[in-house]
Every structure is written in structure tokens, then in C-alpha cells.
Design a protein around this ligand. Structure first.
Ligand code: SAH
Length: 462
């Protein structure tokens, strides 16, 4: 981010526009909305500028900007629409301590003016660092359509009422009050009686909220999917948007944590393969403590919470504490990994069932139905299988699996750094040597393209 967005307090500040043509007019239309003291320097100003000057909206000096004119100015806009003249204006502005913007010259400007959606006091600023003005206009049009024209009036009345709303306890109770005001009660009152109806509506609503019992805490065990935020469910997104506390595994990607409500507390309770970890008991205790204190808790787990996610341990703890809880499914690593190689987990005529296995369990390497897994056409997704690869390979070969059975390793499925390695059972442990991220091993599946080439080859040879 080269340009950092901030909102400048213009009240009483000097702002200079040097130039009197179209470029100056466009900026002045925006600047006239502010509380700045505007000065325009132009040898031949457009008629609108004269009119504004006559009605006292700005000060007009009918000559080019000269040394000394920009002293004490906060901003100088060089809007002469002539490169040499703009450079001269900019040099004066800089020398006299102002921030300078040269219209249509991003490189030499100290700041840029964003596209603005104005619902004063709510202002949305859109910037693209000069990369895509067309996009800025499209985003502006989209927001203009989306944001109610009365939003400004609602916010003004809301601002005046903030002190009274402090009668509600900070946190959820107060947030719920404001959410209901902006979503429903406010717009309804405005429609019925205009801006004057907002204050009475706020009084009534506050009375209702003061009489409410606080909402009890709750825990949702939410699947975050394999990492790509686009693979979150809508419900997961909504819960993240309203959570007070998000207790997450280390495997949950930063892009997804970004979506949590800004005020939410994020607590990492890593259980990282063999690395440092928070005990299950501590995690359970933490969830219970937060929910008992009234928090809406999202327990965010990678993939699907019901696949190697210790869901039952947590469910039992929540039940034992008598708390309200629910499960939100997510896309499990096996689904994401198979999708990445454009394969299907089950296939008519190949495998009518699929197994999700773990390479190791609490007691060490996990025993499985090796005979079934070694059968031709069997498909399994092996989680946490990196360290167990040699063990799995040995067991499968011992039970008659073909050494050239395809195994596809998908590391960081769905993430930007996803890696797909097509291997054979015979070379599995070697294949896994450089794999450091979370990986799922797809036994019995080759990437579709590779499979196709192999089939073509076999056909050609036969
Ligand atoms: N509940 C999760 C699994 C948790 S166990 C799910 O449904 O996906 C952790 C294991 O999941 C990792 O060791 C790895 O085998 C697998 N895994 C999780 N995220 C992954 C990803 N993005 N790509 C590949 N494997 C992943």
C-alpha cells in the first residue's frame, strides 16, 4: 500500500487550487463540501468560480500563484493543466510546507484525491493508486446504489445519541442496539417522519434494549475450509462477522482470520502436527469460559470440524457445561485436494466408497483395513500422513497393493502456494521429503491429466 488513506480535518485549514479550468472546477466541486478556507489562483477563472467567489464560498485571486501565496496552506492543488506551470506551482507549494497534488500526475503528487461516496458524516473513499480509475468509478457506482441516501441523516442523529446509548453495557448489547437502529428502526422512522422522527425512535429503541435480558453465550464449531476464503460457507462468514471471540487452529489461513469482526478477539490454540500445542482440555475450558461470560464464540477449525477435528471432545465439554452450541460444516482437505487435480472422490466402476484416514492417531501410527485399501481401485485420503508415509507404504505393499498404485500428494490445497506431486506408492516416502506444509495423500488417484496420458500410452502399446 503506497498511499495510506486518512481523513484530513479541513475545518479552518487553507486549501489552495491553482488553476481556473475544468480540472480546477472538478476539484472545487469536491472541496466546496468541506469546511476548508478555499483560495483559487487563476488568471482567467471559469464563470462558476467567479460565482462561488461572489457568494463568499471561496477567495479568488486573479493571477498565477506566486511565492508566499501558499504559506500556511495545508493542501495545494496544481490544476493549471500545463505541465511546466503545474511544476512551478508544485515547487512553490512544497517550498512553503503544503502537501501538493498535481492533477493527473500521480508520481509527483504527495497525495491523491480518492473517489468519494458522500453520506456525510459517513464518507467512503476509494483509491486504486492510479491503477484503475475505471474500477474506482464502478465501485463508487456500486456503493452509491447500495448505501441508502438517508444514511447521513441516520448517522447524524446517531452521533448525537451516542452519550445516551452508553446506558447500555459496552460490547454486544450496545452493538445490537446500533445494528437495529441502522438496519431497521432508523430507516423505518425516517421513512415515516423524516429526520425529525429519528430522535424519538432512538429513545423508544433504547428503552426496549435496556429492558432486554443479555443474550446468552454460544459456541459454533465452524469449518474454515482448506484455506481459500472463497471456500468458506456463507454461514461461516456470517458467524465470523458477528463473533466476539474466535478460537482458531494454527492451520486456519490468515486471509480467513481477516474476515473476523474487527473487534473480535482472536485466540490461536495451535495444534500443529508435532509442534507446540494447547491441550484439548485447555481449549475446552477456554470455550466454556468465554461462552459462560456471554460471548458468541466461533471455534474455527481448518477443513470440516467433523473430520479429524476433535469435534466430539469439544461437543462433550460444551454439553457438560450446559451451553448452546452448533456445528457448521466446511470443505475438508480431501475434497479440496481432489478438486485441485480435477478428480472425483468416488467413481462408478472404480470405487463405490472412499475412506478418510489418519496417518497417525493418539497412540502412534494408525492401523487400518489394509487389505481393503490395497485392493485395486481403492481410494483413500490420508490426513496427517507425512511422517507415517513409510509405515503406510509398507503395510499396503504387504497386503498386496501394486507398487505403481498412484498416490497424489496435495500440499496447501486451495492456497496460493498449493503444490501437487503425482507419485507412485513405490516412491511415496521419497516424494514427501520436501513437503513442509499441510498435505493430504490421495491414494488411488492421479491427477486427471497424468491419468489421461497413462491411459493413452497403454492404449498405444496394446
Ligand atoms: N479438519 C481438517 C483436518 C484437520 S487434521 C479437514 O477437514 O481438512 C490436519 C490435517 O489436515 C493436515 O495434517 C493435513 O493432512 C490436512 N490438511 C488440512 N488443511 C490442508 C490443506 N490446505 N491442504 C492439504 N492438507 C490439509
Amino acid at each position: 500500500m503506497r498511499h495510506f488513506p486518512i481523513f484530513l480535518d479541513t475545518a479552518g485549514q487553507r486549501v489552495i487550487v491553482a488553476g481556473g479550468g475544468e480540472a480546477a472546477l472538478a476539484k472545487l466541486r469536491l472541496l466546496l463540501k468541506t469546511e476548508a478556507r478555499l483560495s483559487v489562483y487563476a488568471e482567467s477563472p471559469a464563470p462558476e468560480i467567479r460565482t462561488w467567489a461572489e457568494s463568499g464560498k471561496l477567495r479568488l485571486v486573479e493571477r498565477a500563484l506566486a511565492h508566499g501565496d501558499a504559506l500556511c496552506a495545508a493542501l495545494v492543488y496544481a490544476a493549471a493543466e500545463d505541465a511546466a506551470e503545474d511544476a512551478r506551482i508544485a515547487a512553490i507549494g512544497r517550498a512553503e510546507g503544503a502537501l501538493v497534488n498535481i492533477i493527473d500526475n500521480l508520481e509527483d503528487s504527495a497525495f491523491i484525491t480518492p473517489a468519494i461516496v458522500d453520506r456525510d458524516p459517513i464518507t467512503v473513499a476509494i483509491g486504486t493508486e492510479g491503477a484503475a480509475p475505471v474500477l474506482a468509478r464502478a465501485i463508487k457506482a456500486d456503493l452509491e446504489a447500495r448505501l441508502s441516501p438517508v444514511l447521513g441523516a441516520l448517522a447524524r442523529a446517531g452521533k448525537a445519541f451516542r452519550g445516551l446509548a452508553e446506558a447500555l453495557p459496552m460490547g454486544r448489547a450496545r452493538r445490537d442496539f446500533w445494528a437495529e437502529y441502522y438496519d431497521a428502526a432508523g430507516p423505518r422512522a425516517h421513512e415515516a417522519g423524516g429526520e425529525a422522527a429519528l430522535r424519538p425512535a432512538l429513545d423508544v429503541l433504547l428503552g426496549q434494549h435496556l429492558a432486554r435480558k443479555p443474550a446468552p453465550g454460544r459456541v459454533d464449531l465452524v469449518g474454515a475450509g482448506p484455506g481459500d476464503p472463497e471456500l468458506l460457507t456463507l454461514r461461516a462468514r456470517r458467524l465470523l462477522d458477528t463473533a466476539d471471540v474466535v478460537i482458531h487452529d494454527r492451520l486456519v489461513s490468515p486471509e480467513i482470520l481477516e474476515l473476523a469482526r474487527r473487534e473480535a478477539r482472536l485466540i490461536a490454540v495451535g495444534k500443529e502436527g508435532f509442534g507446540p500445542s494447547t491441550s484439548q482440555q485447555d481449549i475446552n475450558a477456554l470455550m466454556v469460559r468465554e461462552a459462560r461470560a456471554g460471548a458468541q464464540v466461533v471455534r474455527l477449525k481448518s477443513g470440516d470440524p467433523g473430520v479429524f477435528g476433535r469435534l466430539d471432545d469439544e461437543a462433550e465439554a460444551l454439553d457438560a457445561a450446559g451451553l448452546d452450541w452448533g456445528v457448521v460444516p466446511g470443505i475438508t482437505a480431501a475434497s479440496a485436494a481432489t478438486a485441485s487435480i480435477r478428480q472425483s472422490l468416488t467413481k462408478r466402476g472404480r470405487n463405490g466408497s472412499v475412506r478418510l484416514l489418519t496417518g497417525h492417531d493418539m497412540k502412534g501410527f494408525a492401523e487400518q483395513d489394509w487389505r481393503g485399501l490395497a485392493a485395486p481401485g481403492a481410494v483413500a485420503a490420508i490426513y496427517m500422513g507425512k511422517r507415517a508415509a513409510r509405515f503406510v507404504q509398507g503395510r499396503l505393499l504387504m497386503h498386496g497393493a501394486a507398487p505403481d498404485t498412484p498416490v497424489t500428494v496435495v500440499e496447501n490445497a486451495s492456497r496460493a502456494d498449493q503444490r501437487v506431486i503425482a507419485a507412485r506408492l513405490s516412491g511415496l516416502p521419497q516424494t514427501l521429503e520436501g513437503v513442509t506444509g499441510p498435505a493430504v495423500l490421495l491414494l488411488g488417484l492421479a491427477p486427471r491429466a497424468a491419468e489421461q496420458t497413462l491411459e493413452d500410452l497403454q492404449e498405444a502399446l496394446s
